[in-house]
Structures are given as C-alpha cells and as structure tokens.
Design a protein around this ligand. Structure first.
Ligand code: ADP
Ligand code: ADP
Ligand code: MG
Length: 667
C-alpha cells in the first residue's frame, strides 16, 4: 500500500471520542491551527468536548453502540463537516481495525496505525505469537486458536496454577480472571467470556502464567511512515485495581539505567516487527527481575501525559504530524529524560462502596490552577452530568517535579486542593494512596491496593472545634450572600451586627454519628462561638470558594460548599462532610430497608447466583449486574434466607429497583 495515500496533510480533524481525551486532542489540534469536529451522543449534548470543538455532530442515542461505536454515523459526520482525518482517542473504536479500514476507504486519514498493523497487534493472542517469533520475552502461556474447554483446561494444567484467563480482545482490565486451582477454572472462563462478549463482541480467551507480585511496566513508542521508530522511555503503572491502572508514573522508579535500556530495546523490537506507524505502547509485566511482554496497545494511552512531562514532547502533536506524513522530528539520542511525573485518574466512584460508579450532576467542580508543575486533563466542568453510559473517569491530574518525591507531594497538594461535589469521587482515596509510605518507598505490586484497601478508605477524622466553627461560619456566610439578593432574608436586617445580643444554636453530625452542638453569640460586641464550656472569638473573611477563619488568633483557610443541609468543608485537618441538623428543617430520617437488595445504578442482570429459599452467609453472592460495562456482584448484607428474587437474567433495571429480598436469620 502506498503510504502517501494513508498519511497526508489535512486541516480538519474529527475526534471520534468523548470526555477528557476528546478535549485533550482538540486542545493540541487547535494549537496546530486545525479545525476540529466533535461527535456526541444524546447523553452528551452539553458535554465539554462538544463545547470545545469548532463543530459538533450528533451521532445518536446514549448507548455507545448507537453513537460512539457506530461507524456509519461517524463516517457520515465526517462527510457532513468536510473532515479529512479521524483521531480515535482511546477506548471505543481506537483499536478497531475495521474502523481504521473504513476510514481509509472513505478517503479519511486515520490518526493511528494501519488496519493491518492493528490486526497483527490488536489481539493479545496474535501479538504474542508475533513477539515469540521476534524473540521478545513472553509470559509462559497458551495463545492458540482452539477454544474448547478441554484445550483450555489442558493448557492451564500444563502452565501450572495460578494462571490468568484473559480475553484476547480485552482492554481496560475486562474479561480477565485470576484462577488459583483447577476447580475454579470452568466458572472463571464462563464469566470472563460473558464479560468479554459484552464489552468487545469477542470471547476468545488466552491463558497466561500469573506472575506473582507483579509490576506493570510499559514503553511508549512512536513510528512514522518513513521507517523511523522511537521509544520515549517507560512508565510504571503498578498501582492498579482489578487490572485497571489508578496511578501511573514515568520513569519507572524500579528500573536502573541498564534495565531501562533493555526494556526500551525490547519494545522497539516488538514494534519494529510490524514496522509500526503511530503512537503505541508495549506493555510488560515484571517479576522484579525480568520483564515479559503481555500486550501492545495500538493507540494513545490514558497515561500518556507522564511521558509528555518527562520528555517535553506533545504526543498528540507528533501523532498528527506522523498522520500528515512527516518524519519524526527527533532521533533516538535526542530524546532526553527529565525529572519525574506522576498521574492520578480521577473517577466518579465511591471507594467505600466497592468503587461503585457515581452518576449525577456535578454541582461543584473546583480544581487548582495548572501552575507549578501541575497539569489537569479534564473532560467535565461544573454543571455537567456524569451519565451511567460511559467510563466514569472525570479527569487526570498530573504532576511533574525534578524528583519522584516532590512530584508526589505536588500531586497530593493538587488533590487536596480539589473540591468536586454532587457526585462521589475517588479524590480522597487517591490522596491516601499516593502518600502511603509503601508507595513513597516504591514497595508495591499490582495487588497493593486490594490488600491495603481498608487503610486507604478509612473514614475521615471526626470534626473538631475548627470544623464546627467553620461549619457555622459557612452557613452564616452563605445566608449573608443569599441575603444580598433576597431582601426578605433576616440577615438583611441583622447581618453580623444586629442590635442587642442574640444567640443561634446549630447541631451537626457526620453520617449516623452523634449530634455535635455549637452556639453562635452575635450582636453588639464581637461574635463568639461556644462549644460546651468553651467560648471562642473568631473572624471570618470570605474569599473565593470559602473563607479565612481566624479562631483563637490562628488564621486558616477553609474551603466550603453548601448543598442544602449537606456541608462540605476542607480545613487544615482534612475533608469533612457534615450534615446540618436544622431545627426548622423538618429532619426526616430516610429509611432504606437493608434487607432489600436494590440496583445501585442502572444495569443489566447477567447472572442470578442464588435460589429463592437458599440460606445465605453474610457476603454470599446473590446476583451479578453489569453496570457501566463492569460486572458488580450484589451480596447478602447479613446472614439470612433469600426470600425472593425479583429479576431474571437479561432484565434491564433502573437505579433503586428492588432485585431481591433477604430475611435475616436468628430473629
Ligand atoms: P490504558 O492502557 O491506556 O490505561 P485502559 O486499558 O485503561 O487504557 O483503557 C483506556 C480506556 O479505554 C478505559 O476507559 C477503558 O475502559 C477503555 N477501553 C480499553 N479498551 C477498550 C476496548 N477494547 N473497548 C472499549 N473500551 C476500552
Ligand atoms: P488490558 O488489555 O485489560 O490492559 P493486560 O493484558 O494489559 O490487559 O493486563 C492488565 C493488567 O493485568 C496488567 O497491567 C497487569 O497488572 C496484570 N497482568 C496481566 N497479565 C499478567 C500476568 N501474566 N501476570 C500477572 N499480572 C498480569
Ligand atoms: Mg493493558
């Protein structure tokens, strides 16, 4: 194939993606003077990537297969807008060879490798066969064509447990199960196949030896259509949950210079085996000594910013220039590693509820400024809605510094300075994770998060004097602000300086904890706050996002968000979620019967795991829902009897719908 047909200059780029990566690509394309076209689904009409692009085309209904995965609609959007090229981002169609081919046939430049290269490297089985031939070290395993139960079982027994069953077409950690013994194998294959079929439309499996206490190390490579191929150093992504990366960094703190050169050379060899064009990543697992190839991702990766920050290269710019047909602008020996970068993936999910995705409207979105080595790649803004249809990643926060230790501190500071409300995020979890002593010391493996989960998701400290005073200050300040626009408010007349001495009592609680009382004394003379016997003088100076509170002569900065009776405070002691027990608010305790198993989010019932009448241990699996493409198993909240199952496999259920009832035993 004549490569000038594949790669040539263009001026209008369609971005076949959404969220932060669409915004990220638009930013560089715009800086290069290109016209940008966004595409969107009905759920994304008001999304950030739509607002950022020069033009935008509606693809169809929310479901990915009707919109972002609909090749016909995408090509039609390109035709309608005169787009000459397509950037696929990551996920969705980014590693779909038929899509790359369809773009070519429609006369569009596909920003990425050719369909042939993708076919060769896209399947984990195929690429492993290729790497075996090229002499790249592999994890021992089975990656053959035959898929019958006996072949897979034989292969597993031969390799020796523990093994990993993996979807050949897999991505994002889906369709993957660790199997520790023969009798676990069959059910693991069934469930991995089901997940793979749903996520990728392909349920072929491969089997690998499970490397114990592994680290994940990967190499960024990029090739042009003139036969040049470069490696841009490695990243380490060992902090994972369910085989999905959470924190990534570059360079790897585990490798020395010689090991770095070895792994980069292996990656160049791997990509060289298909004369690779475009940006790609060669992934390896390491047992601490050696590295073994596991897969290649033929696209830009989520964690590409850490590489950008240590090399000073804009990878999207290079992707686009390669797609223009240009030669890579630097030689291998001109690529220099400078400093250290760490990235954290900010998700709409609840770490204390098994990382259940959180959907809804983002009522507050305050992230720190991108200065002092901090970079934020976001796909959402205040007022945006996180829908249940797509990946729940909201943004990435990335910090660069001369050393790893300082990069971690910068990233942590950025996380601490972030306030996102309306949905639950993993921000406090990320902060706890990157500052964990073992992470600082790089004493980790891919199982670290799972093992330390209790420690990493510890509930916040109880609010102290400072927080109670801050809560009162936040309410009064909020009422005062409202009063400036509402002439009937009592604060309009009284403000902070009513005539005579007055008192106002407040009570707060955290979760189901005890009520804590505090009294505000105000009027003529200085205002004070009283907690029990203690009376404290204070001053409040409002500022953007909160106020400075001086208490007992010490000034400290407080970030505050008020949402009805829910108060969110950030003080020097951490984050606090307080409930304001309003004496006039008609407190009504919402009572959710714990014996009812309800759908936490909209989803599809994919398996019913217990029968009506069955005796259940606490934590026994009852049914599996597929929520946002991930399987979530709902379990018995206590020991009891399964009284009824109110759904069947295949049911599409809405959030809050009752799916099963468990009757507690021993009552
Ligand atoms: P990276 O290796 O770049 O970190 P991941 O494997 O975590 O990428 O996947 C990046 C994103 O794309 C995630 O949101 C993931 O859920 C999604 N994803 C990855 N592979 C696929 C695929 N084949 N189909 C659909 N989504 C995918
Ligand atoms: P995906 O396409 O979902 O990214 P990968 O094959 O890259 O799938 O595997 C995802 C993660 O699972 C890796 O980053 C690694 O931590 C872990 N993993 C993969 N293969 C092995 C293995 N053979 N042994 C131990 N861990 C593995
Ligand atoms: Mg991978």
């Amino acid at each position: 194939m004549d490569r000038s047909k594949l790669y040539r200059r263009f001026r209008t780029l369609l971005i076949a993606n959404r969220g932060e990566i669409a915004c990220r690509v638009i930013r560089t394309a715009r800086a290069m003077g290109l016209r940008t076209v966004a595409v969107y689904s009905e759920a994304d009409r008001d999304a950030m990537h739509v607002a950022l692009a020069d033009e935008a085309v509606l693809l169809g209904p929310a479901r990915a297969r009707d919109s972002y995965l609909n090749v016909e609609r995408l090509l039609e959007a390109a035709r309608k807008t005169g787009a000459e090229a397509v950037h696929p981002g990551y996920g969705f169609l980014s590693e779909n060879a038929e899509f790359a081919q369809a773009c070519l046939e429609a006369g569009l430049v596909f920003v990425g490798p050719t369909a042939e290269m993708m076919t060769a490297m896209g399947s984990k089985s195929g690429s492993k066969a290729l790497m075996e031939k090229a002499g790249v070290p592999l994890v021992p395993g089975y990656h053959g064509e035959a898929q019958d139960d006996a072949t897979l079982a034989n292969a597993a027994n031969k390799i020796g447990f523990p093994i990993l069953v993996k979807a050949s077409a897999g991505g994002g950690g889906r369709g993957m199960r660790i199997v520790r013994s023969t009798d676990e194998l069959a059910p693991a294959i069934v469930s991995a196949k089901r997940e793979a079929k749903a996520a990728f439309g392909d349920d072929r499996m491969l089997i690998e030896k499970y490397v114990d206490n592994p680290r994940h190390i990967e190499v960024q490579i990029i090739g042009d259509s003139h036969g040049n191929l470069l490696s841009l150093f490695e990243r380490e992504c060992t902090l994972q949950r369910r085989h999905q990366k959470v924190i990534e960094e570059a360079p790897s703190p585990t490798l020395n210079a010689a090991q770095r050169e070895t792994v980069c050379a292996a990656a160049r060899k791997a990509a060289g085996a298909v004369n690779y064009v475009g940006a790609g990543t060669i992934e390896f697992v390491s047992d601490g000594k050696d590295v073994f190839f596991i897969e290649m991702n033929t696209r830009l990766q989520v964690e590409h910013p850490v590489t950008e920050l240590i090399t000073g290269i804009d990878l999207v710019e290079w992707q686009l220039r390669v797609a223009f047909g240009e030669a890579l602008p630097l030689r291998q020996d001109e690529i220099k590693l400078n400093g250290h970068a760490v990235e954290a993936r900010v998700y709409a999910e609840n770490p204390t509820r098994n990382f259940m995705p959180s959907v809804g409207r983002i009522s507050t979105w305050r992230l720190p400024a991108e200065t002092g080595g901090l970079r934020i790649d976001a796909g959402y803004r205040e007022g945006d809605t996180v829908s249940p249809y797509y990946d729940a990643m909201l943004a990435k926060m990335i910090a660069w510094a001369p050393t790893r230790d300082i990069a971690i501190d910068r990233l942590n500071r950025g996380l601490l300075d972030s306030d996102v409300r309306g949905i639950v995020t993993n921000i406090p979890f990320l902060s706890a994770l990157i500052t964990h002593p073992k992470v600082r010391a790089n004493a980790i493996d891919t199982g670290f998060i799972e093992r330390e989960l209790a420690d990493l998701t510890q509930s916040a400290p109880a609010p102290g004097e400072l927080e109670l005073c801050a809560a009162v200050a936040a309410i009064v300040d909020d009422e005062r602000k409202a009063a400036q626009t509402d002439a009937s408010s009592p604060w309009q007349t009284f403000g902070w300086m009513p005539v005579g001495r007055r008192q106002r009592s407040f009570a707060f609680r955290v979760g189901h904890g005890p009520e804590q009382k505090i009294t505000l004394n105000y009027g003529s003379g200085p205002s004070t706050l009283a907690i029990g016997e203690r009376e404290l003088a204070f001053t409040v100076v409002p500022k953007e996002g909160g106020f400075d509170l001086t208490l007992d002569g010490v000034k400290s900065s407080v970030a505050a968000v008020i949402d009805g009776h829910e108060l969110y405070l950030r003080t020097r002691n951490g984050r606090f979620d307080l409930h304001w027990v309003d004496p006039f608010g008609g407190e009504s305790e919402e009572h959710v019967g714990e014996d009812k198993i309800a759908a936490p989010l909209p989803g599809t019932v994919v398996a019913v795991l217990a029968e009506e009448g069955a005796k259940l241990e606490k934590g026994a699996p009852i049914l599996t829902l597929e929520v946002m493409k991930m399987e979530q198993t709902l379990r018995a909240p206590f020991a009891g009897v399964l009284k009824s199952i109110r759904c069947k496999v295949g049911d599409i259920v809405q959030e809050g719908v009752e799916l099963a009832v468990v009757e507690p035993s021993g009552e």
